[in-house]
Design a protein around this ligand. Structure first.
Ligand code: NAP
Length: 254
């Protein structure tokens, strides 16, 4: 039955940045679909742990700051998950940061911080996950891209560069790994109401300009992304490779 192919029972997922915002919604949804969920991040994921546990799934917290972790430390983090939860079937590279400043004033520190979290960590975690998944001939990697994977954005050059690169990396890994049973895809969220976009929503003119450009007529909610994530994490997406799935209220169609 097709709906059974969306189930994630017995799978192990690793979600980065799962303590709040989109990551919390995705971690909860994966657990609702049946997966055990490891949470990798630097903040307190207690709220998400409670949600996953309430669903009867196992959780594991891996404390890691993606801005400073070395590639070896990220590989160790993946190994901690496989050792404690018995494997790794799904990696969601969700954690992200943003620095808003005009390009001419964008500091090298801001550039480095954003690229480390939003791009470098995505590669190093995907590589470590791939090394576990490829010999088993199965696995799902979901990267969280952005509208700024397609557009230049306003005053966020490091974020835009990283999110464009995430799409390129998604396709590059998919090219290599599709034939080996590992699906690598991305979700490109539109404008979602989280802490990431709080400054935009606090600016009355900017908030209205964004909302009026969204065909759906409203900002997205983190839960709007959960169906796409469960789909890409599941057997239902077994022939989907290198795709970038916009969940954007129609923003890109405009
Ligand atoms: P958010 O509420 O600001 O959450 C960001 C998450 O990333 C938090 O869990 C945060 O952990 C984590 N993170 C940031 N820096 C980290 C670091 N150095 N080490 C470990 N974890 C770190 O933002 P969000 O909107 O949910 O964003 C989630 C993803 O969606 C990001 O990749 C973002 O770029 C992407 N996205 C968001 C939107 C949107 O409209 N909101 C649109 C497109 C794409 P802490 O709590 O410890 O800071």
């Amino acid at each position: 039955m097709v709906l059974d192919s969306f189930r994630l029972d017995g799978r192990v997922a690793l979600v980065t940045g799962g303590n709040r915002g989109i990551g919390q919604a995705l971690a909860t949804a994966l657990a609702q679909a049946g997966a055990d969920v490891a949470l990798l991040g630097r903040g307190d994921p207690g709220g998400t742990v409670a949600r996953v546990a309430a669903l009867g799934r196992r959780t594991l917290v891996v404390h890691t700051d993606l801005a400073t972790a070395t590639p070896n430390e990220l590989a160790d983090a993946v190994a901690t998950v496989t050792a404690n939860l018995g494997g790794l079937d799904i990696l969601v590279n969700n954690a992200g940061t943003i620095r808003r400043a005009d390009a001419a004033d964008h500091s090298p520190d801001d550039w480095d911080a954003v690229l480390r979290v939003n791009l470098d960590a995505v590669f190093h975690l995907s590589r470590a996950a791939g090394r576990h998944m490829l010999p088993r001939g199965a696995g799902k990697i979901i990267n969280i891209a952005s509208m700024l994977s397609f557009q230049g954005g306003i005053r966020v050059p490091s974020y835009t560069a990283a999110k464009h690169a995430v799409v390129g990396l998604t396709r590059a890994l998919a090219n290599e790994w599709a034939a080996r049973g590992v699906n690598v895809n991305a979700i490109a969220p539109g404008y979602i109401a989280t802490d990431n976009t709080a400054p935009l929503r606090a600016d009355v003119d900017r908030e209205r300009a964004i909302r009026e450009r969204i065909p759906a007529g409203r900002w997205g909610d983190p839960d709007d992304l959960t169906g796409a994530a469960v789909f890409l994490a599941s057997d239902a997406a077994r022939y989907v490779h290198g795709a970038v799935l916009p969940v954007d209220g129609g923003w890109l169609a405009r």
